[in-house]
Design a protein around this ligand. Structure first.
Ligand code: 13P
Length: 252
């Protein structure tokens, strides 16, 4: 049985006050977690240290939404692995489609960030996903193959043990249009096959592959019941304690 990881990507929401309210709300709803389930919250950088303090003694883990591929230096506006570690992070989302779309991140830089994260004992959540135009043009498999091979390039089997992959079809993010469980399962199966081709089946069988894109309390159970869907990367629905907790409780 693979582990299940439910992560909340807060994106650019919540100041310090909002962070305190959301974390305290989650703590009161999630005192114990179902077996095999890991829950991660990924607030904005400015809230990480506060969130870490508020989460002391809770089973909820902390992650960031991005990270530099460099150790330190004159990189205005960037955040290093060491800063994330010292703020209490264990996870970091890398290559989210909004980073790809608005900030020009390519597979090569996402791969460099992934290597840096793993070397620094951070677990990367590596995002892949096709746009609507790509799906309609029938090139989803090709796009996903290129992205998966690109972001995982050169990672050893040992390094792969800390990698989480998130399939987030761009057309399903923030649109309320969820991929059907069958559509998601098909791509998840492809991603697992790609991992098996790059490495081997035992490793592919252990790799956690999350689905993201309009995951809500009312569709989570069906998505999470698919064979190759091992968790969720949740946007909008993670900003309220009730809805995020319902998604976590939908894990069977
Ligand atoms: P929504 O759940 O708001 O569609 O966002 C998904 C996402 O981008 C998570 O990283």
């Amino acid at each position: 049985m693979r582990n299940v990881i439910i992560a909340g990507n807060w994106k650019m929401y919540k100041d310090l006050q909002g962070t305190t309210e959301l974390i305290n709300g989650l703590r009161s709803q999630l005192t114990t977690l179902p077996p095999r389930v890991t829950v991660v919250v990924c607030p904005p950088f400015t809230s990480l240290a506060l969130a870490s303090t508020l989460l002391k003694g809770s089973p909820i883990r902390l992650g960031a939404q991005n990270m530099s591929q460099h150790d330190e230096g004159a990189f205005t506006g960037e955040i290093s692995w060491n800063m994330l570690r010292s703020a209490g992070c264990e996870y970091v989302i890398l290559g989210h489609s909004e980073r790809r779309q608005y900030y020009g991140e390519k597979d090569e830089v996402i791969n460099a960030k992934a290597k840096k994260a793993i070397a620094s004992s951070l677990k990367p959540i590596l995002c892949v996903g096709e746009t609507l135009a790509e799906r309609e043009a029938g090139v989803t498999d090709r796009v996903i193959t290129t992205q998966v091979r690109g972001v995982l390039s050169g990672l050893t089997k040992a390094e792969m043990s800390s990698v989480v992959i998130a399939y987030e079809p761009v057309w399903a993010i923030g649109t309320g249009k969820t991929a059907t469980p069958a559509q998601a399962q098909e791509v998840h199966q492809l991603i697992r096959k790609l991992v098996s081709q790059i490495h081997d089946w035992p490793l592919a069988e252990q790799t956690v592959i999350q689905y993201g894109g309009s995951v809500k309390p009312d569709n989570a159970a069906e998505l999470l019941s698919q064979n190759d869907i091992d968790g969720a990367l949740v946007g909008g629905a993670c900003l309220k304690p009730d809805s995020f907790a319902s998604i976590i409780n939908a894990v069977k």
